[in-house]
Design a protein around this ligand. Structure first.
Ligand SMILES: [Zn+2]
Length: 374
């Protein structure tokens, strides 16, 4: 498997595919999966996401008396992800340090491809396999959110999109994104400060009293962006704040989101002039909702058995991030997230160990074999 998967992974990361620009890689994958014998198609999700191609779907018929199983990964990468020059070092593959590597998530794509290629090359029987490579995962799970779910026959599967080989993420939080615009009143800071209301002051007071960081074992929140002000001699009349909150518990998520909102609106209420009241525009968006599989769920046990069969150390945990799996679970397709070996993702130091890249393909192949009863 060694040369196949290294070469294949390298060929994938050399194709630019930042979010919304997945067409070139998608067409290569279509070709490659057709050559393996899959029926392939694209949906029209890009009509809604604004990308240059839809989600890619491949189906390997296999033994139709058996239950189908789904494997997912995403085709897009974060920036800087153009003109990636992968370097093969002794034990790992890196970028040249000016871009990400794109192991997130092309390691997952390569492992799925190579696992199925090995099965096909050995003519081994298998259950029906579905492969789904989504678009624009990195910019809000847009491909999964706009997927044509009528294509999917499987009730369960794995999204290959986390760090360690042999590692399963069986739950992830819900997330809210919040945008607040604080409206104060503009005035000259030197000659008429008493006629102004400083929006930066309101923001500061509110941020100082709102919850921040880790709230408890399953809840976090953060203010990530604050913008406002034009000059030191103008009392600023507008500040925009962008924040997020995550929790594995829906009620806790609503509570912390509400506390952040209240900190801002209550603070703004205190600031008024004779003819002016400071106020806050509030925009709250649910990005995705949580999921949690049981420790003894069939997907967890299958991944565990497969990892033992190929000599990998198994580990199952609950994650802190959102991924396509949040959306699939919401849509009724039971899914957990499997590790590919991707490391230091979303940085120019991203890398993957060659042994992990290879072992990931063995693991996927063994999951298919176990699932198929081989
Ligand atoms: Zn990813």
């Amino acid at each position: 498997m060694r040369n196949t998967i290294i070469d294949y992974f390298i060929s994938l990361v050399k194709i630019d595919s930042e979010s919304g620009e997945e067409k070139t890689i998608a067409q290569k994958l279509e070709q490659d999966f057709k050559e393996l014998g899959a029926e392939t198609r694209f949906d029209n999700a890009n009509n809604k996401t604004g990308g240059n191609i839809g989600n890619f779907y491949a189906y390997f018929k296999g033994d139709i008396d058996k239950e189908p199983i789904l494997f997912c990964a995403h085709m897009d990468t974060v920036t800087p992800g153009k003109n990636i020059k992968p370097e093969i070092l002794e034990d790992r593959i890196t970028s040249d340090g000016t871009t990400v590597l794109g192991a997130d998530d092309k390691s997952g794509i390569a492992q799925i491809y190579c696992a199925i290629k090995e099965l096909k090359d050995s003519n081994e029987d298998h259950a029906p396999i579905e492969v789904l490579f989504t678009i624009s995962e990195e910019v809000g799970l847009l491909g999964a959110k706009n997927l044509d779910y009528s294509m999917i026959r499987s009730g369960k599967g794995y999204a290959l999109d986390t760090h360690g080989i042999g590692e399963i993420v069986l739950g992830a939080p819900s997330q809210n994104s919040m945008k607040y615009i604080i409206h104060g009143k503009e005035s000259h800071a030197g000659s008429e400060p008493e006629h102004g209301i400083n929006a930066i002051r309101i923001a500061s007071e509110a941020i100082a009293i709102m919850p921040m960081g880790r709230i408890d074992a399953e809840t976090t929140c953060n203010v990530g962006i604050i913008e406002g002000g034009k000059a030191t001699n103008i009392i600023p009349n507008m500040v925009t704040i962008r924040a997020e909150a995550r929790s594995h518990d829906k009620e806790k998520l609503e509570k912390v989101t509400d506390q952040i909102t209240q900190a801002l609106t209550k603070t703004a209420e205190k600031y008024k002039l004779k003819d002016f009241q400071a106020k806050v525009d509030v925009e709250i968006k649910e990005e995705y909702s949580s999921f949690k599989l049981n420790d003894d769920d069939e997907l967890v046990l299958l991944a565990k058995k497969a990892s033992e069969n190929v000599g990998l150390t198994f580990n199952a945990s609950v994650g802190g991030g959102g991924s396509d799996a949040n959306i699939f679970n919401r849509k009724g397709i039971k899914m957990c997230i499997a590790g590919t070996g991707m490391s230091k993702v979303h940085t120019v130091d991203e890398y993957i160990l060659i042994s992990d890249l290879e072992n990931g393909a063995k693991w996927v192949k063994e999951i298919i074999r176990e699932h198929s009863g081989n």
